[in-house]
Write a protein that binds this ligand. Sequence first.
Ligand code: ADP
Ligand code: GN1
Ligand code: MG
Length: 358
Amino acid sequence: MNISSVEHEVVSEFIINGNPVSIEPYGNGHINNTFLVVCDSGNKYILQKVSDAFQIDALMKNIDAVTSFIAKKSDDPARQMQLIHTKENGNYLTYNGGHYRVFNFVENSICLEAPESTDDFYEAAVSFGKFQKMLEDFPAETLTEPIKNFHNTPDRYRIFKETLAADKFNRAKDVQAEIDFALAREAEAGTLQNMRDSRKLPVRVTHNDTKLNNVLFDKSTRKSLCVIDLDTVMPGLSLYDFGDAIRFGAATAKEDEKDLSVMTIDLDMFRAFTRGYISSCDLTDAEIDCLIIGAKTMTLECGLRFLTDYLDGDNYFKTSYEGQNLDRCRTQFKLVSEMERLNDEMQQIVKEEVSKLK
Ligand code: ADP
Ligand code: GN1
Ligand code: MG
């Protein structure tokens, strides 16, 4: 059976409106296999084969609960992510050992790989800020971690060191500079986790994967509509969301750019996101003080994860060419260096934007 007939069989098990006329790969996610399903009724759906990295039952229970919770709070539920159940009322389907799920396709939406203006990035910040605020009264204790220790940076270091010691693909010899870069920052990289453990930072329900391409925008008004890719929603720190969004959206180059000279942080973008985020959710003074640490830590952690995956033979992040994870690691580490260089300018921006709020 070829892929497309498998996908057709899978979709027919869900409560969809009409018969699929096409099912094509869609989007640029690194984790799941995503398809756009177009039906003869005109209805469109997103079908995903979910990565094996997740504990599927816990994951889908989280997503079902979070999407229903948000739909109840939204003025326009049709333009939010909604999970489509199977005819057996399941929230996913296992077929030939693969796990599949279906969402409504949010109509007239676009997804951006990079902001085209500071307004775009401001809009994304408002979406992520509101998302956190909307989930303020969500019963956090009912959420399970679909990937344990997702943003526990010291634990990411532990896995990195184990992978490095094993060096199964004999790749460590080619990446000594990157290994040294990561190890030199290990102590500092534990700051957020230490503050979380000592309760200096509040644990909230957070998204944890706040790449710009996890936000949908209205095609015509260019206002942000909703946040997608809810796989990693779980208790976490606001700094994970702020930091990961900056890492991706305020970067001046693509995640796998080979010319590192073009990679830095765009301070206007940084300002736009900071303004949008701090004005749409309520952060404590300790959180505000840690915004820049959040950006640096999430960028370093992401680079470390790419490096670990490179050493491990590229089995977590999807790659389209040999060495892509190493390229990704290098852009992230360059961005960390740039954030270190521009630290004072970033602090000044946070200070100015906070003072405008008062
Ligand atoms: P991954 O975890 O692999 O990143 P995502 O859930 O982010 O997967 O989906 C990949 C891409 O598919 C998104 O970046 C977006 O372009 C598109 N997408 C996902 N869900 C929807 C949706 N409900 N409506 C419209 N587009 C969507
Ligand atoms: C993955 O799923 P996607 O493509 O939005 C990853 C993030 C990384 C990101 C790097 C569940 O995000 O944690 O920051 O790639 N998601 C998961 O681009 O591991
Ligand atoms: Mg995604």
